[in-house]
Design a protein around this ligand. Sequence first.
Ligand SMILES: [Zn+2]
Length: 155
Amino acid sequence: MESQCPICDLEQADESDVVFRDELWAAEIVPGYDVPGWFFLRARRHADRITGLSEGEQETFGRRAGDLVAAVTHATGAEATYMLMFGEAYPHFHVLITARTADVPSDRRSGDILKLRAEHADPERARALVPAVRNAYAHRTSGSLVADVLSVEGG
Ligand SMILES: [Zn+2]
């Protein structure tokens, strides 16, 4: 059955599009936003905007967002990784995380990065990045990415 919410519909996303899912949160690449290095982080239940999050969702959002931004940065080598939130057209709480890699020209940085949605959509390359981000996320959430970074910095 089709819901009225395209963010809820991401529950049916193909496994190859999914970075992670846990009880409360999911991250995927999303048709229409399939620029390489772009991911949605969303509440799994239909929570309306950031103000509609449950206590548990509020408490865990910062950790999930931080871990996903770190994983995207690690996997793409981005110089900066952005997190954007609107919540108007699609109120179901989600943020768009975008890698801003070195090849993004200066007039496509900060808010102008959204112009890449039309200009740089590449579903195949976007999907090809998923395993690396998935691994970086898994490493980070198991603590070993931190250990890797420390050993590189210390070594
Ligand atoms: Zn929804």
